[in-house]
Design a protein around this ligand. Structure first.
Ligand SMILES: [Zn+2]
Length: 253
C-alpha cells in the first residue's frame, strides 16, 4: 500500500478515537485501504488486519515491540515481532472466504467473520455462550443448499433451521480455515523457564498504539506551530518533516 499522508493518518485516528477496539480497527483499515467505514467493516477480520499490518509497514519503521507474560513462570518477556511474521499470505483460502462443514449428514456453508458481525453482536468481546452462538450463526449462509439468515434468527429459529449448538460449534471450529490471518499467534519460548507456547497477537491493538502515539505527536506539533505563527492545520501538516522540525526548534519546542 502507499504511505498514508499525515492528514490521512490523522483521519483514521480521528475515526477511531473514543471508539471501542473493533470500531477503531475498522476506522484504521478504512483509512489504510481507502474504504468507507461500512466497506472496511464488511471485510473478513483477517483481510482487515492485513490492511492494518500494511499501514504499520508503510507508515512506521522497525519491528513491533511488545510484552508477553510467560504462562509457565509468570515472567514478563519483551518480544520483538518482525513485520514479515505478520504478513502471512491468505494461502489456501478462496477469494470469497467461504467454506463448508458436514455435521451429522448436513452440509453447512459459511463465511468468514467480519467486524460488522462483531459490532452487531458483541463489540466488547463475545465472552458469553449466547453471544458466541449469535456471532457464529451470522456466518452461516446455507444448510443443505438452502439459504439461511442465521443472524436474524432467535434460539428456537436457529434450531429449526438446523443450527444446533453442535452445528454452530463445528462452524466455529472451521472459521480459521477460511480466514487464517484473523488469528495470528507468535511462537514464544521463555528464556527463564524454557516454556514454549503460541501467544495470540492482537494486530489492531498494536497498530492503534502506534497510530495513537503518532497522531498525538502530530497534533502537538500543529498546536505549537499554529500558536506561534498562526498557520492553518492543513498547511502545517503539508510541511516536510525537516521544515517542521526547523520551525519547532526555532520556537524552542
Ligand atoms: Zn517462563
Amino acid at each position: 500500500m502507499a504511505v498514508l499522508t499525515q492528514a490521512q493518518l490523522l483521519q483514521g485516528w480521528e475515526g477511531g478515537a473514543g471508539q471501542g477496539p473493533v470500531a477503531r480497527a475498522v476506522a484504521l483499515a478504512a483509512a489504510a485501504g481507502g474504504h468507507s467505514f461500512a466497506e472496511a467493516g464488511a471485510l473478513p477480520l483477517g483481510a482487515r488486519d492485513a490492511l492494518l499490518v500494511g499501514l504499520r509497514a508503510a507508515c512506521f519503521r522497525g519491528d513491533v515491540e511488545c510484552l508477553a507474560d510467560c504462562p509457565g513462570c509468570g515472567e514478563e518477556l519483551e518480544v520483538t515481532v518482525p513485520l514479515s511474521d505478520l504478513r502471512r499470505p491468505a494461502e489456501g483460502v478462496d477469494g470469497a472466504g467461504e467454506g463448508e462443514v458436514c455435521v451429522r449428514g448436513r452440509l453447512v456453508r459459511f463465511r468468514a467473520l467480519t467486524s460488522r458481525d462483531v459490532l452487531a453482536v458483541a463489540p466488547g468481546g463475545a465472552d458469553s455462550p449466547d453471544a458466541r452462538r449469535r456471532l457464529v450463526s451470522r456466518c452461516v449462509l446455507a444448510v443443505d443448499g438452502e439459504a439461511v439468515e442465521g443472524g436474524a434468527l432467535d434460539g428456537e429459529g436457529l434450531v429449526r433451521a438446523g443450527l444446533t449448538d453442535e452445528v454452530l460449534a463445528a462452524v466455529a471450529a472451521a472459521l480459521p480455515s477460511v480466514d487464517p490471518r484473523a488469528d495470528i499467534r507468535l511462537d514464544l519460548t521463555c528464556a527463564l523457564c524454557g516454556h514454549a507456547w503460541a501467544a495470540p497477537f492482537d494486530v489492531p491493538a498494536h497498530v492503534w498504539a502506534d497510530v495513537n502515539a503518532c497522531a498525538r505527536g502530530l497534533l502537538a506539533d500543529v498546536h505549537a506551530l499554529a500558536r506561534a505563527y498562526g498557520w492553518r492545520e492543513d498547511d502545517i501538516l503539508a510541511l516536510s518533516a525537516a521544515r517542521r522540525r526547523f520551525y519547532l526548534e526555532a520556537i524552542g519546542t
